[in-house]
Design a protein around this ligand. Sequence first.
Ligand code: UVW
Length: 371
Amino acid sequence: MRDLGERAEQKAFSADRDTTISDVETDRRAMMGLAAGGLASVLLGMTATTAQATGGIGFVGSAQAQTSGPTPAPWWPSKFGKDDQVGATNLITPTKILDALKLVKTGKVYEMSHVYESSMPKFGERVFALRIPGAPTGGPLGANNVIWHDEFVATEIGQVGTQFDGLGHIGMAFKGEDKTEMRFYNGFTSAEISNAYGLKKLGVENVKPIITTGHLFDLAGLKGRSLNLGEEITVADLEACLGRQKMSADAIKSGDCVILNTGWASLWNKDNAQYVKGEPGIGVDAAKWLISKDIVLVGADTWAIEVVPNPDPNLAFPVHQELLAKNGIHIHECLVTADLAADGIYTFCYVMLPLKIKGATGSPGRPIALV
Ligand code: UVW
């Protein structure tokens, strides 16, 4: 690993965003060995020393076939153009919205967000603190004696509770701490976009309103039980779900959303330690299958939508990278999906309007399914 690291140091990416595939492929394996160990340390409860001792986290631990391992770099330029910051929500056209609205027949609304409260499970050291200063905050004022309450919220606003991941959330470090070699969606580098007061590019304000067709994959229904921590949802599972739900693979169209019901949310605010310890979810191959459908978003009733820990102990959140960084496909986490599953609702109009928080990595929100 040390040798690979040294080679990667010597042959790192060019800082300009026109790096060719052949440049990259030549040294792909060397550079992959340098990817960030921080996430994995949190995930696996390892110390930094342990992570170093195991060689850090390599994105490709072996020479895997490209059809079944993480997609190699460079993944840029995006199919939406080299300067695009919108990503897959470009696919939500007026026609897509009209098609989705045709699914609304009864007016029934399925709420798909949890309540935001300090007791909710949170990843790592994230916080959610809401305070109402004063009681009430202001007043009485005027002859009418008006009084009011304001709240002050301190939180990682896009990354707690029911959360929508924007395109600036996840990237890949190719050369240690070198920000010119940390790449995000469309090849934007950390040097270009990172800023203490909000991302300079790829902020969640760039995302289009999400009003499109959603499809539920009821994995818990398929298996007849809640899925287990570390249980990988495979392509075969997704296909079996479609069969059970009497849907063809063609039902998932460009610009649609896919939501996974695993049963994991039954732990929410009941056993938070277990909820965040790991989770069932898709692996890289299932992610690629979904990417091939040209979708806009993958959501789930789990906190990461992907299998954690990954069955390959060398990988940390590779599905986040496949979807967000490499394909501009959003992730929607900690959703409430059980009600849809209980009613056998597998296709619906999905509505999520990410807040236009300039420079934010994600957004809270109140996603709904309409039928
Ligand atoms: C990370 O931020 C690593 O995960 P998530 O997007 O699931 O919060």
